[in-house]
Design a protein around this ligand. Structure first.
Ligand code: ZN
Length: 266
């Protein structure tokens, strides 16, 4: 039989155990909440790091996500988008492996006679080339380079067929459908009183090779890129791609095939 004092002691001990149990439960609950919160923060950080890893710091573009990444759907660039210059369409590529489907639309070409020096009144270009070509000629004149003119520009399918048939050296003439002259976006420039042997060393070609990009033109068939373009070095053939892309190609030393592959993310 317990004494009154013993009973009091027992009930005090009971109360103490209860209190201890309550605080242990509370502590366990807080610890569990902290673990869950920590886990959630880690998940968030992990996905932010993954996103940063895919962000191209030079263009601000989010690169294509790795396979299996659940965020891939929302961050992937739309198909066919230019990953190098998101606001610029990828330039039309015409070469042996990318022939034109048919004759290009001549309604968008305009005559150059009276605008810049031309070989004859049949010379036409896509209308988007008129302003940049005029600026190119004006800048050349300011730099003391004025002895050149447009010798060839837009060609119909029929004209390209004739040229191909007549050409003895086919390395400078594309098969019908494979020539970007058929797009109206390319020009051949000729230098007055220039012999074949002087090609490339001529001051006009050298000025054009250095400055054409400032007006949106690229030297389409550069020396050293023959294996990629499939065309021998042509210092006279320029292709309009717009200032941004022309500058990129000039600075990177890219020919159009290389640019298009990079812009497509390949
Ligand atoms: Zn040409």
């Amino acid at each position: 039989m317990a004494t009154r004092a013993e009973i009091r002691q027992i009930s005090r001990a009971k109360r103490q155990r209860k209190r201890l149990l309550r605080s242990s439960c509370l502590l366990a609950f807080v610890a569990l909440a902290l673990i869950i919160a920590g886990f959630l923060v880690a998940v968030q950080l992990n996905s932010a790091t993954a996103l940063l890893a895919r962000l191209d710091t030079t263009t601000g573009e989010v690169r294509q996500s790795a396979a299996g990444d659940p965020t891939a759907q929302t961050t992937q660039a739309p198909k066919g988008a230019n990953v190098l210059h998101p606001n610029e369409p990828i330039p039309l590529l015409v070469n042996e492996s990318h022939p034109l489907a048919g004759d290009s639309d001549t309604s968008t070409t305009v005559g150059l006679l009276g605008i810049v020096p031309v070989a004859d009144d049949s010379i036409r270009v896509n209308q988007s080339l008129v302003a940049p070509l005029s600026e190119l000629f004006a800048a050349a004149q300011q730099a003391g380079i004025s002895s050149f003119y447009v010798s060839s520009a837009y060609r119909s399918q029929q004209r390209q067929e004739e040229l191909y048939r007549e050409a003895e050296d086919k390395s400078y003439v594309q098969k019908p459908g494979n020539s970007e002259h058929q797009t109206g976006l390319a020009v051949d420039l000729a230098v007055m009183e220039l012999s074949e042997g002087d090609l490339g060393q001529n001051a006009t070609w050298q000025w054009l090779a250095q400055h054409a990009w400032e007006y949106g033109f690229i030297l389409r068939y550069p020396a050293g890129k023959e294996a990629i373009t499939g065309i021998a070095y042509e210092p006279w053939h320029f292709r309009y791609v717009g200032e941004q892309i022309a500058q990129y190609c000039f600075e990177q030393g890219f020919c159009l095939e290389e640019y298009v592959a990079a812009a497509q993310g390949n």
